[in-house]
Design a protein around this ligand. Structure first.
Ligand SMILES: CN(C)CCSCc1cc(N)cc2c(=O)[nH]c(N)nc12
Length: 375
């Protein structure tokens, strides 16, 4: 079998455990560590593919659960798959839908065969199984697809977590068996286990024995303190093969991206940049700016004085504040563009720091500027 996804390890930072790599996919090769903008419904909200390309986005995310409901994976397949449907010719990753079932549906029942729940849009009864999740992802045609897993709530008891990861491992095996396009789409396993080292070990051992082309660390960024996330990463990433990509799901904020890279993560995704952008909050090299605040009414400087993005080169805080206050759509386009650009460029700086074996120093400098170290 020809593997469609290959991870090339370029070097490891001598100051930290961070890795500089290249993720080779059927739609191009992209440097890691990387941030992947999220386009849940086949669009990274308010941004065009051309804008995403010009800022350097390589792999973007879309979502099995949402696209299954609207417009339906059959329509996307008929369009020629997600790349054709959304006019994006670089990398695409789809999540398996499990997470959305747990986060969107009030009523759900987890059984060995799959999950029974209700459509969050109209209340219809639905059922999602490992086989169905892979069938939908095969139809959508993303370069990387995810195994169907349970992302348990935080906190969860040891007993609950143990039976959950054992079922997630059985589901992962069923996903491998159901996968119809292994030469075109790389299926990643998702390691679970919460904050329990023994269960993370068991979950990693089960999934690594199934030899996936890549692995995700799931069950984090679900409300746990950052110290817990960092501790879990410290004992989980070493359990994963060094020659395979590692994806930390649903992360995250600038500090979490840096801390995740230091702990050996290669791929990140998070809705944060476009989600907070839509309510007028922007990430800058000096910390977050809530542009609606009155203090910016006559501030004719750029969102971020150290940013060279389209928004920061052409518009002022006063103008963007005015647009956001007036609910002008152009306003959230400008803030979303800047926020996605900020995280993509942050990862460029992280990769450069790894090349120079100084990621720990970079972390110090960035945290000082951004205000993370401030009490
Ligand atoms: C837009 N993104 C937030 C969606 C892709 S990542 C969703 C997502 C986020 C988090 N935090 C944990 C998990 C997890 O444990 N399993 C799965 N399948 N998905 C997850």
């Amino acid at each position: 079998m020809t593997t469609p996804i290959r991870f090339e390890l370029i070097k490891t930072c001598r100051q930290t455990g961070a890795r500089l790599g290249i993720l080779h996919t059927p739609h191009g090769s992209f440097e890691t560590p990387m941030f992947m903008p999220v386009g849940t419904l086949a669009t990274v909200k308010t941004l065009s593919p051309e804008e995403l390309k010009e800022m350097g986005a390589g792999v973007i995310l879309s979502n099995t659960y949402h696209l299954w409901l609207r417009p339906g994976h059959d329509i996307v397949e008929e369009a020629g798959g997600l790349h054709a449907f959304m006019n994006w010719d670089r990398g695409i990753l789809t999540d398996s839908g499990g997470f959305q079932v747990f986060s969107l549906s009030e009523f759900r029942r987890i059984e060995e065969e799959g999950v029974y729940f209700r459509n969050h849009l109209n209340g219809d009864k639905l059922f999602l199984s490992p086989e169905k999740a892979v069938e939908i992802q095969n139809a959508l045609g993303a370069d990387i697809i995810m195994a169907f897993d349970e992302c348990p709530p935080y906190p969860a008891t040891y007993e609950y977590m143990k039976q959950s990861i054992e079922r997630t491992s059985r589901w992962a095996e069923r996903c491998l068996k159901a996968h119809r396009r292994p030469n075109e789409q790389g299926l990643f396993g998702i390691v679970q286990g919460g904050e329990y080292e023994e269960l993370r070990r068991q979950s990693a051992r089960d999934l690594v024995s199934l030899d996936f082309p890549g692995y995700a660390v799931g069950g984090l960024s679900v409300g746990e303190p950052k110290e817990v996330m960092n501790r879990v990463l410290e004992f989980t990433t070493p359990l994963l093969p060094a020659d395979k990509p590692r994806y930390l799901m649903g992360v995250g904020s600038p500090d979490s991206l840096i801390d995740g890279a230091i702990r050996g993560i290669d791929m990140f995704d998070c809705v944060l940049p476009t989600r907070i952008g839509r309510n007028g909050t922007v990430m800058t090299s000096e910390g977050r700016v809530v542009i609606k605040n009155a203090q910016y009414a006559r501030d004719f400087s750029p969102l971020d004085p150290n940013c060279d993005c389209y928004t920061c080169r052409n518009y002022t805080r006063a103008y963007i504040r005015h647009l956001i206050k007036c609910d002008e759509t152009f306003g959230i386009r400008l803030t979303s563009y800047h926020n996605v650009y900020f995280l993509i460029k942050l990862m460029e700086q992280v990769r450069q720091a790894i090349r120079e074996d100084r990621l720990a120093d970079f972390r110090e400098e960035f945290f000082e500027c951004y205000g993370f170290n401030k009490p």
